[in-house]
Design a binder for this molecule. Structure first.
Ligand SMILES: [Zn+2]
Length: 150
C-alpha cells in the first residue's frame, strides 16, 4: 500500500542509491497531500528549519506508475541539493533556471524515466485525473431544477 511510510522509504532508497554524495543537513519530511491536476510535488522549508517534500496525494493510487513518484521525488531532492528550501547553499538564482533540474536528473540516471514521464503526462495523466477526481454533478442538478421550476 502506498502510504506515507512507504513514501518515506522510497525517498530513503532514492537518496541512498542515487544521491549518496548529498548531505542531509536537516530533517526531511515527505508525505502525500493535495489532489492537484497541474502539480506533482513541491518542497518547502518549515519554521523549525526542517524541509517538507509533498507528493501529489493522487499518486497514492496504484493506477499512477511508481516511476512518476520516483521522478517527482528526485525533482524535489534536486531542489534541496541546489539550496532551495534546504540548508544547502543556494547555487542558482531560480530553482528551474536553464534546465538545471533536468540536467541533474539525467546525470543521476533518470534519462529513461524522464522520457516515460513525458509520455505519461501527454497520454495518461489527464484521463487518470478525471477518473480520480470526477467533476461534481452540481451544474447538471441545477439545470434539472431550473427546468422543473421554469
Ligand atoms: Zn521544481
Amino acid at each position: 500500500m502506498r502510504d506515507n511510510f512507504w513514501l518515506e522509504q522510497r525517498l530513503d532508497h532514492i537518496w541512498e542509491l542515487l544521491f549518496p554524495d548529498l548531505e542531509r543537513k536537516n530533517k526531511v519530511h515527505i508525505y502525500f497531500k493535495g489532489r492537484w491536476k497541474n502539480k506533482f510535488g513541491h518542497i518547502k522549508m518549515l519554521r523549525d528549519r526542517s524541509s517538507e517534500i509533498v507528493i501529489n496525494g493522487l499518486f497514492a493510487n496504484e493506477i499512477v506508475p511508481e516511476y512518476i513518484i520516483d521522478t517527482t521525488i528526485a525533482h524535489e531532492v534536486i531542489h534541496y541539493m541546489h539550496g532551495f528550501q534546504s540548508p544547502h547553499e543556494q547555487r542558482y538564482k531560480h530553482p528551474h533556471a536553464g534546465g538545471i533540474v533536468t540536467r541533474e536528473m539525467k546525470k543521476r540516471g533518470f534519462s529513461h524515466w524522464l522520457v516515460r514521464e513525458r509520455e505519461f503526462v501527454q497520454r495518461h495523466w489527464f484521463p487518470i485525473y478525471r477518473e480520480l477526481v470526477p467533476t461534481p454533478f452540481k451544474k447538471k442538478k441545477k439545470s434539472f431544477f431550473s427546468r422543473l421550476l421554469g
